[in-house]
Write a protein that binds this ligand. Structure first.
Ligand code: HEC
Length: 185
């Protein structure tokens, strides 16, 4: 009896594995980036990310204090590392060609910002990246202090002091070529 059950389970598993392998091999699971993610995929990715953040995101306060200089540093770090995907102060009005083509779409943060998120959550996302999206891990290239400085800027993006606001308005999300600068096409 037990033997029968065990071979039944083994057979079912083998069929399921062969089925899954054939499905992946058949090309029926889309590998293209110019599509909208399905509901199951979105649910799985969101649920897993939320659970990870609850476990791992730092709960401490941002060690980088709120000051004009630190916000300016944040704007500059953002311009160098993030604007190409997350956009300039123009937000969704002017996404870069890279931002338009990615799967998942990077939120244009001037429009869909993360001011409501705890800074520890932004810190975690910037440091570790988000798996199966194009959000990179910056833990290899930026120090923790630089990442907290970015989190500070993202938190206050919609209420910047005038000097910082001015710097933010200058940021480009795509290189301006000399041809563009002279106004010629
Ligand atoms: C190559 C493109 C790319 C670059 C460069 C990039 N990101 Fe992202 N980022 C993404 C994508 C795509 C997502 C959306 C992931 C998802 O759907 O969960 C994302 C998500 C985020 C989120 C979460 C947004 C939300 O609504 O929850 C934050 C915060 C963030 N990125 C910050 C940054 C910062 C700061 C930088 C620069 C240091 C940066 N990203 C650089 C692609 C990028």
């Amino acid at each position: 009896m037990l033997k029968g059950v065990i071979s039944g389970v083994a057979l079912t598993l083998a069929v399921a594995l062969i089925g899954a392998y054939s499905l992946v091999q058949s090309g029926l699971i889309p590998a293209n980036a110019d599509a909208k993610p399905g509901r199951l995929e979105t649910w799985m990715a969101r649920t897993s990310l939320d659970a990870t953040l609850q476990r791992d995101a730092p709960k401490e306060q941002n060690p980088v204090e709120l000051s004009e200089q630190n916000l300016l540093d944040g704007v500059h770090l953002y311009a160098q590392n993030c604007a190409v995907c997350h956009g300039s102060a123009k937000g969704t009005a002017s996404p870069s060609p890279i931002a338009k083509g990615l799967y998942q779409k990077p939120p244009q943060l001037a429009t869909d910002g993360v001011e409501d998120d705890p800074e520890g959550v932004s810190f975690w996302k910037i440091k570790h990246g988000i798996r199966l999206t194009s959000m990179p891990s910056f833990g290899y290239s930026l120090s923790d202090r630089q990442i907290w400085t970015l989190a500070l800027f993202l938190k206050h993006m919609d209420e910047l002091p005038p000097v910082v606001q001015q710097a933010w308005q200058q940021i480009q999300n795509w290189p301006v070529t000399p041809v563009d600068q002279t106004g010629r096409k």
